[in-house]
Design a protein around this ligand. Structure first.
Ligand code: NDP
Ligand code: 8X3
Length: 251
């Protein structure tokens, strides 16, 4: 039997990279995407030799490019079984009256519209085959709103709503749709949010043990290994030290 295929967006670091490696170890052929091509090349060398690997470099904000690249996949890569919509980030953390339009555009364009563009390209193949699994990476920011989180929280609330909409609309096709909503995971997330300020970024994860990217990949592994009649629809996962988006027990 040929290997199944998983497509992971934002696989150049953090959660996406951990998911790509975990799915490859499960025997999936991997399509990994991101903007940093060298990182995608490096990822290839970390994957088991027993699977096939297709790195694709694009910015999820570029609508035509996303549709063109994913719409012209090589014949043996067309039947995607698992789509992980992971690419995303926070940009800035300011009160609404001080927020930057560029940051707002980035978050809505990447976290919401980018997810939609990729989904638009992949879902028709799934509906044609009456099978597939879509895992959207949301956030606790999609379940709660915290001070200065305004637009990032808005983008992740949109992911939560879009996930629920997908589950309803794709129900007749037997497609599994789920979302994972993590709390604090130590990745490059805060470095991006705070625009390369390493000190500020590191301070987010000090005084407690945050989640690791692999913790999210473990949930993906559990989800994709359930039998056909089971979908893990919605998961909120925190580090044990975290109780809400703003309550974290630190040393
Ligand atoms: P990272 O910054 O480590 O990874 C983000 C990934 O998204 C990178 O691979 C990056 O690739 C990709 N990406 C960002 N912008 C674009 C773009 N315009 N086009 C294509 N790819 C893009 O952060 P995480 O791993 O933490 O984040 C992954 C997801 O998890 C995000 O959706 C985030 O919102 C969510 N999340 C993270 C949490 C955390 O605490 N870390 C908690 C809850 C949710 P490249 O730069 O190469 O394009
Ligand atoms: C990332 C976690 O708490 O910064 O989505 O929103 S948080």
């Amino acid at each position: 039997m040929k290997n199944k295929i998983a497509l992971v967006t934002g696989a150049t670091s953090g959660i996406g990279k951990a998911c790509a490696i975990t799915l490859a170890k499960l025997g999936y052929n991997i399509i990994a995407t991101g903007r940093r091509s060298e990182r995608l090349t490096d990822l290839g060398s970390e994957l088991p030799k027993s699977i096939d690997y297709l790195p694709l470099v694009f910015d999820v904000r570029e609508r035509e490019k996303v549709l063109e690249i994913l719409g012209s996949l090589p014949e043996n890569w067309k039947e995607i079984d698992v789509l992980i919509n992971n690419a995303g980030n926070a940009h800035g953390m300011d009160p609404i009256q001080k927020g930057s339009l560029d940051d707002w555009d980035a978050m809505m364009d990447i976290n919401v519209k980018g997810l939609l563009y990729v989904s638009k390209a992949i879902i028709p193949g799934m509906t044609e085959r009456n099978s597939g699994t879509i895992i959207n990476i949301g956030s606790i920011a999609g379940k709660e709103v915290y001070p200065n989180g305004n637009v990032y929280c808005g983008s992740k609330h949109a992911v939560d709503a879009i996930t629920k909409g997908m589950r309803i609309d794709l129900n007749p096709y037997g497609i599994k749709v789920m979302a994972i909503h993590p709390g604090l995971v130590e990745t490059e997330f805060s470095l991006v949010r705070f625009k390369g300020d390493e000190k500020r970024s590191e301070s987010v994860y000090q005084g407690f043990e945050p989640l690791h990217a692999q913790d999210i990949a473990d949930i993906v592994e559990f989800s994709v290994t359930r039998p056909p009649h089971v979908v893990i629809a919605d998961v909120v996962v925190f580090p044990t030290a975290q109780a809400t988006s703003t309550i974290v027990k630190k040393d």
